[in-house]
Design a protein around this ligand. Structure first.
Ligand SMILES: NC(=O)c1ccc[n+]([C@@H]2O[C@H](COP(=O)([O-])OP(=O)(O)OC[C@H]3O[C@@H](n4cnc5c(N)ncnc54)[C@H](OP(=O)(O)O)[C@@H]3O)[C@@H](O)[C@H]2O)c1
Length: 222
C-alpha cells in the first residue's frame, strides 16, 4: 500500500515515516508544502534506515502529489490547518482513499497544556467535514510521542486508539498501525468519540513534563 504523510517533515511525521518504513512493507512518501523540503527529509530518513541495514526507501513530494499517489494519507500537520489542507488536496484523492488524523488542538499556559476543543467538536471531525465524498477519515496516533517513535532503538509496547465511522477504513488503519512493532491499535468507536482521545494528548504531555523518566510516555490499556 502507498502511504503519504503530509507534513512528514515534522515531528510526528518523522516518527511515523521511520516506523512504517522500518516495520511494514508499505511505500512511504513524505509530503510537504515544499517539494524540496520533502525530498531533503525523505533522503534523511532513508539514510537513517540504511544506517540500520534496512532497505526501505522513503520518497518525498509536494503534499498534493504525495496524496495523489497514495491510498492512505496521514495529516501530520498542525490542527488549525487540517481543514484547509484537506480541501487543498481534495482533487488528488480517489474514492476509497483513507485520511488519517493524529491532530489535537491544544493551548499552553503557565500551568501546562490544555485541550482546545474546536467548534466542530474535534480535529478528526474537521477533517471528516472537509473530506470529499467517498473518502473516509479515521483518527489515530494522537497519543504517541514523536521522539519515541523516531528513536528506532526504543521499544514501543504502547497502544493507539482508532476512531472512524466506516468499518473498512478503520480496519485499514488498525492493520497499518499494528504493522508497527510494539504498537497495538484499539477500536474506540466512531468519529463522535474523537474529543475524548484528542484530549488525552495534553494530559500525557503534562504528566511527561512533571515526572522524571517519563519524557516520551505512552498509554497501554490493561
Ligand atoms: N509531536 C508529537 O509528539 C505529536 C504526537 C501525536 C500527534 N501529534 C499531532 O500531529 C500533528 C503534527 O504535529 P508535529 O508535532 O509533527 O507538528 P510540527 O512538527 O509543528 O509540524 C508538522 C508539519 O506541518 C507542516 N505545516 C506547518 N504549518 C502548516 C500549515 N499552515 N499548513 C499545512 N502544513 C503546515 C510543516 O510541514 P511543511 O512545512 O514541510 O509543509 C511541518 O513540518 C499535530 O496536529 C499534532 O497535534 C503530534
Amino acid at each position: 500500500m502507498k502511504i503519504a504523510i503530509l507534513g512528514g517533515t515534522g515531528d510526528i511525521g518523522q516518527g511515523l515515516a521511520l516506523r512504517l518504513a522500518a516495520d511494514t512493507p508499505h511505500q512511504v512518501t513524505i509530503g510537504s508544502r515544499d517539494a524540496e523540503r520533502a525530498a531533503t527529509k525523505a533522503e534523511e530518513y532513508t539514510t537513517e534506515l540504511d544506517s540500520r541495514g534496512l532497505d526501505a526507501a522513503v520518497t518525498g513530494a509536494e503534499n498534493e502529489a504525495a496524496a495523489a499517489a497514495a491510498t492512505v494519507v496521514v495529516l501530520a500537520i498542525p490542527p488549525y490547518h487540517v481543514g484547509d489542507t484537506v480541501e487543498s488536496i481534495a482533487d488528488a484523492l480517489d474514492e476509497g482513499d483513507v485520511l488519517v488524523s493524529p491532530a489535537t488542538g491544544m493551548k499552553r499556559d503557565d500551568e501546562g497544556f490544555h485541550y482546545h476543543r474546536p467548534g466542530a467538536g474535534s480535529v478528526t471531525r474537521i477533517a471528516a467535514d472537509a473530506a470529499p465524498d467517498g473518502v473516509d477519515v479515521v483518527g489515530a496516533f494522537h497519543n504517541l510521542a514523536a521522539d519515541r517513535l523516531a528513536n528506532l532503538d526504543a521499544d514501543l509496547g504502547i497502544d493507539t486508539l482508532v476512531i472512524g465511522d466506516d468499518g473498512d477504513a478503520k480496519r485499514t488503519v488498525v492493520d497499518l498501525a499494528e504493522g508497527i512493532e510494539g504498537l497495538r491499535a484499539l477500536d474506540a468507536g466512531g468519529v463522535a468519540n474523537a474529543p475524548e482521545i484528542e484530549a488525552l494528548t495534553p494530559l500525557l504531555i503534562n504528566v511527561a513534563q512533571h515526572n522524571d523518566g517519563l519524557h516520551d510516555l505512552g498509554i497501554e490499556f490493561k
